[in-house]
Design a protein around this ligand. Structure first.
Ligand SMILES: NC(=O)c1ccc[n+]([C@@H]2O[C@H](COP(=O)([O-])OP(=O)(O)OC[C@H]3O[C@@H](n4cnc5c(N)ncnc54)[C@H](OP(=O)(O)O)[C@@H]3O)[C@@H](O)[C@H]2O)c1
Length: 323
């Protein structure tokens, strides 16, 4: 079993985490629950012990399915990560709310859905402007003392926001977006985390499927990707061509393009874990094939070079707005 130490938490985890966002119908459409359960089980059988979810994924549905899947797995070998941020209204609208009473309520609801006593890694899904940092940290500390949470961290925070949180509590993990197409955090968050031995679990390592190598650039999407600039028109086509150009290198290592990209992504020394979004047993089997793999330095940079594509223009730039 390949394991890494997840930064200062000391948790022993697989470098690939099973991502459950795909069970959110509002982003991904309806997914087969049977496929999800089978994939979660296969993940464990292939050496993956880290599962990533959030109370926001399908408004609790992803946590429920994960809770069902882990019933017949050895709890002590699993590391379960979930996230809090939203206040959920009965009409399915949401707004940020990390206020003490609500955060506690959300944590207790997640424990019930997951059918576990303790959340191993609890993350603040985003930064809540309205709740004082000391209140958030204070609530998490109480939950920790009650045994409901083991380790705490943040997601989608800038390095400044994360540094500010750390002045109030023992935050030891981050979950930022990162892929070989979108690697802005290499400039600030990753060096900071490496220096401070923070557990880093990146998300969207395959850029929401775009780096898996299965797209040719002509596909049309019915899920949230139909509105994503990287999945549109000429830009989509040129990214797909760049990804397809990786095929000979993947073959040299006996890997799929997906596995090549994932292997290269995990070579960054600050990155401990990649949370991979999975819909089926076939997809997790592909991801697990990257475990224990490595590329030469030269080939790592060849992958980087092939994927050197300018970021999509920001809407303000596209409109020629004054700087
Ligand atoms: N903290 C946050 O705010 C946040 C945000 C987003 C995600 N996350 C977490 O990170 C996880 C991963 O993010 P992501 O879903 O954006 O990641 P991703 O791993 O970059 O992309 C996942 C998509 O790739 C495709 N795919 C997966 N395996 C494949 C394979 N073997 N072959 C071909 N295609 C494959 C699937 O879509 P298709 O089959 O439809 O192409 C899948 O939905 C999520 O599940 C979630 O746990 C966290």
């Amino acid at each position: 079993m390949e394991r890494v130490v997840f930064g200062r938490s000391g948790l022993s985890v697989s470098p690939i985490a099973f991502g459950t966002w795909q069970l959110s119908p509002r982003f991904w459409g309806d997914q087969s629950k049977e496929d999800a359960l089978a994939a979660m089980r296969l993940a464990f059988d292939r050496g993956i012990n880290f599962y990533d979810t959030a109370d926001a994924y399908g408004d609790g549905y992803a946590e429920e399915v994960l809770g069902e899947a882990i019933q017949d797995m050895p709890r002590e070998e699993l590391v379960i990560c979930t996230k809090f941020f939203n206040h959920f209204n009965p009409d399915a609208s949401r707004y940020p709310d990390l206020s003490p009473a609500y955060l506690r309520e959300r944590c207790e609801a997640s424990l019930k859905r997951l059918r576990i006593e303790t959340i191993d890694v609890a993350l603040l899904h985003f930064y809540d402007q309205l709740t004082p940092l000391a209140d958030v940290a204070g609530t998490l500390e109480q939950l920790r003392q009650e045994g409901k949470v083991r380790f705490i961290g943040v997601s989608n925070h800038t390095v400044e926001q994360f540094r500010a949180q750390r002045l109030h509590g023992p935050y030891c993990a981050v979950q930022p977006p990162y892929s070989l197409l979108a690697h802005e955090i290499e400039d600030d968050l990753l060096p900071y985390c490496e220096a401070e031995n923070i557990g880093v679990m990146i998300y969207s390592p395959l850029h929401k499927g775009l780096l898996t190598g299965k797209y040719q650039g002509t596909e049309a999407f019915t899920d949230f990707r139909q509105h994503h600039p990287d999945f549109q028109g000429e830009r989509f086509k040129s990214i797909c061509q760049a990804v397809q150009s990786l095929k000979p290198l993947a073959e040299k290592y006996g890997l799929t393009i997906y596995q090549l990209v994932l292997t290269a992504t995990l070579m960054h020394p600050a990155i401990h874990v990649a949370a991979c979004g999975i819909k089926s047993p076939e997809q997790i089997a592909d991801a697990a094939g990257a475990l224990g793999k490595s590329l030469s330095r030269e080939d790592y940079y060849a992958v980087r070079k092939a994927l050197e594509i300018a970021p999509a223009p920001k809407i303000s730039d596209a409109k020629g707005a004054k700087k």
